[in-house]
Design a binder for this molecule. Structure first.
Ligand code: ATP
Length: 463
């Protein structure tokens, strides 16, 4: 039985890590293509072979010795998995699923590189643990952005296609004002709206068995997000244990202790510092003369950026809007997305980009994490991510975690990708050098005045 005492960090302790398990498990298609479909390579056959090879290589994060059947999943979920085009689990799925599904349920802190299939691991756990005969919320999942919450929901819906699962969002401007009780079993949302709906008793948490934080380090660390996440946790039932599942590609040291408190007695799957980035992403930098030159280079890159799809990360919303307006005025087809846009506009922009209506998306850290669009083969750090964007402080060191998440929008599940960092003075060059050192991977220079070389290097990297 958990104590009701709140400690210095605001936790109610100790939440013993177990919950009840139940039976087997609707709804629109997954917007992520099944593995094997990609614009990056000329034929789907080639991709399938590459993926199979990687899944057979014990050193690959996609490797697995087991089949999905061997993970003990319900038949209806196996159908969903195969319907999505998956054939074998990835390493994180193989390692985490047995631990996640064992009884009594145990908490999990799971780390695995970007694009290696963490979502499926926690979605399958939620879908395995709910009792489909009870029409009450039983699994809550939080993500740092509405775009990611919507993407996770598409995976819940696709994997749960052959179940009776009912789902609902806890994201801004989704539910009608004055909505009554949510009876859906799986709720996916962002911390602010989830807290609000729980406080107003629209969400009754009394039957919740599983609580998932995707991008957990960010959810626990970031200004505001951390407090709200904790509030959600503190509203969970104390009459029975709730399985707490934290997943991310990064768990910086200063968050680890807090994560262990948030998910006590958890099974842990961790990566070494040198394993953090995936090999399929080739990292480059371009030496620009000044801020204005960055814009000129970006425009000259446009033809290459549109070979697949690209995401351009800027520090400020205004920069994203300004670049996007300028490029649009010059006849380029780009879109910009950031947190100052309203909910409906954000949904339309990301959906349009997913459908390939625009090939270039100019954005901020809002979609640095989790977004899975397989056709994205290039990421540009127009501005390098800095620590001061996390806490609005004075810390001008590079934000290694955000860097990893940003470049991880490409190179998904064994695909090839390119990241390009723009540096334009000594300070930004040194910041990039720090990133290089921290990750132990070379960031290769590309000449900005030799377009042919630029093109050649980038095409080679995508082969
Ligand atoms: N076993 C599998 N076989 C084939 N494709 C898979 C498998 N598991 C996941 N995928 C696909 O791999 C892609 C990346 O998965 P996912 O988005 O879960 O990565 P992630 O580890 O959560 O990454 P991030 O850290 O960036 O959030 C998705 O398109 C997903 O559909």
């Amino acid at each position: 039985m958990a104590s009701l005492e709140k400690d210095a960090d605001g936790f109610y302790t100790p939440a013993e890590s177990s919950a009840a398990s139940t039976t087997a498990p609707k709804v629109e298609g997954n917007d992520a293509e099944p593995a094997g479909a990609s614009d990056l390579v000329s034929s789907t056959f080639e991709v399938a072979v590459t993926l199979a090879d990687q899944q057979a290589d014990p050193n690959s994060p996609l490797y697995s010795a087991k089949s999905f059947e061997a993970l003990g999943l319900h038949q209806d979920l196996l159908k969903g998995i195969y319907d999505m085009g998956f054939s074998k689990p990835s390493k994180i799925q193989e390692r985490a699923m047995p631990l996640l599904l064992s009884n009594p349920p145990t908490n999990m802190i799971g780390q695995s590189q970007s694009g290696t299939g963490k979502t499926a691991a926690f979605v399958l756990t939620m879908l395995s643990r709910i009792d489909y005969s009870i029409n009450k919320p039983q699994a809550l999942c939080l993500a740092p952005s509405r775009e990611l919450a919507r993407q996770i929901m598409s995976v819940v819906v696709a994997m749960g296609k052959f179940t009776q699962v009912q789902t609902e969002y806890a994201i801004k401007d989704h539910l009608p004002k004055g909505a009554s009780r949510i009876t859906a079993q799986v709720i996916v949302g962002t911390p602010g709206t989830m807290t609000d709906l729980m406080r107003r008793k629209v969400i009754d948490p009394s039957e919740v068995k599983v609580f998932v934080l995707d991008e957990a380090d960010n959810m626990l660390d970031q200004d505001g997000l951390g407090d709200q996440t904790l509030r959600v946790k503190n509203m969970l039932p104390r009459t029975h244990p709730v399985q707490i599942i934290l997943f991310s590609a990064t768990f910086p040291d200063h968050v680890r202790a807090f994560a262990s408190k948030f998910a006590p007695n958890a099974n842990k799957i961790e990566l070494q510092q040198n394993e953090l980035s995936v090999d399929g992403i080739r990292q480059f930098y371009m030496d620009c003369k000044n801020e204005e030159h960055k814009y000129d280079i970006l425009v000259s890159l446009y033809g290459l950026l549109t070979v697949g799809q690209s995401i351009i990360f800027c520090k400020h919303r205004q920069t994203a809007d300004r670049i996007s307006q300028r490029m649009t005025a010059e006849g380029h087809k780009v879109a910009s997305l950031h947190g100052a846009k309203d909910a409906a506009e954000r949904d339309a922009i990301i959906d349009g980009f997913r459908e390939g209506k625009e090939k270039v998306l100019i954005t901020t850290n809002v979609i640095a994490r989790g977004i899975d669009i397989l056709q994205v083969n290039m990421v540009v750090n127009y501005d390098l991510p800095l620590m001061n964007e996390r806490d609005r402080g004075a810390d001008e060191r590079p934000d290694i975690e955000t860097y990893l998440h940003r470049i991880g929008r490409t190179g998904r599940f064994g695909r090839k990708g390119i990241s390009i960092n723009f540096v334009h003075d000594r300070k930004t060059w040194l910041q990039m050098e720090q990133i290089e050192k921290a990750l132990g991977k070379k960031i290769i220079r590309i000449e900005t005045n030799d377009f042919d070389e630029m093109e050649e290097k980038m095409k080679q990297a995508l082969k």
